[in-house]
Design a protein around this ligand. Structure first.
Ligand SMILES: [Zn+2]
Length: 219
């Protein structure tokens, strides 16, 4: 596609955010290859973690893990964009047909958004939607409670309490099917909470798209 080439050209003289070497696109060729090595080409799966099929681009490890970490620094939005395009390109090539036309990224709480400057899941979802032609609707879901990172919780009960009522609907939306987008799938607790809230408002979640899934599940 001509316009993706345009984006690559725009960043032509950039430095790879993972290794600081000169890069042709966002990443240098070496890191790009290393990231792609974590792409297993999974088709939608019943994970047992979520009540809906999961479309997962890659394994959360190695260069892909480093690239996701690089998104968290301010100004690294291009990294998130680039990763979103990878998911979009995969979708166009291997999946094509979407079970819903609307994609809702998992939101950050306003305070965290202010600290970080952008929501990486939203930036990835926007890029994904630009390539796939699906509609990105980041305002439909809001995070109304500041939650601890799930990794800092000590028990299943604490994890559940941490996320309870974390989300609210951000807009009046007619009933329809949607998909939800997040960067990382670990235990699935955040996504489950978001799916529950959306379904309470007649938004049927027909799939979850994630950039990467961790190998170790926390329960
Ligand atoms: Zn590199």
């Amino acid at each position: 596609m001509a316009w993706t080439a345009g984006i690559a050209n725009f960043f032509l003289k950039s430095v790879c955010p993972l290794c600081q070497r000169p890069a042709q696109g966002i990443f240098c060729r070496d890191c790009d290859r290393q990231i792609d090595a974590y792409f297993p080409g999974q088709l939608p799966q019943e994970t047992g973690l979520l009540p809906v099929p999961v479309y997962c681009w890659g394994h959360y490890d190695g260069a892909l893990k480093r690239a996701i970490a690089a998104c968290k620094f301010q100004g690294a939005q291009v990294v998130a964009q680039s990763l979103g395009y990878k998911v979009g390109a995969w979708w166009r090539r291997d999946i094509g047909q979407a079970p819903a036309q609307v994609v809702i990224p998992i939101p950050l709480h306003a305070r965290k958004l202010q600290q970080r400057g952008f929501n990486q899941a939203e930036v990835m979802a926007q890029s994904f939607c630009r390539l796939t032609g699906l509609r990105c609707r980041p305002r439909w879901l809001q995070r109304i409670k500041e939650t601890k990172p799930q990794i800092e919780t000590r028990s299943r009960a604490e994890r559940a309490a941490n996320l309870a009522h974390a989300f609210a609907l951000g807009a009046m939306v007619p009933p329809q099917s949607v998909m939800v987008f997040d960067d990382i799938l670990t235990s699935g607790a955040t996504l489950r909470e978001a799916i529950t809230l959306l379904e309470q408002h007649q938004l049927r979640v027909s799939g979850v798209i994630v950039l990467a899934r961790t190998a170790v599940m926390t329960h």
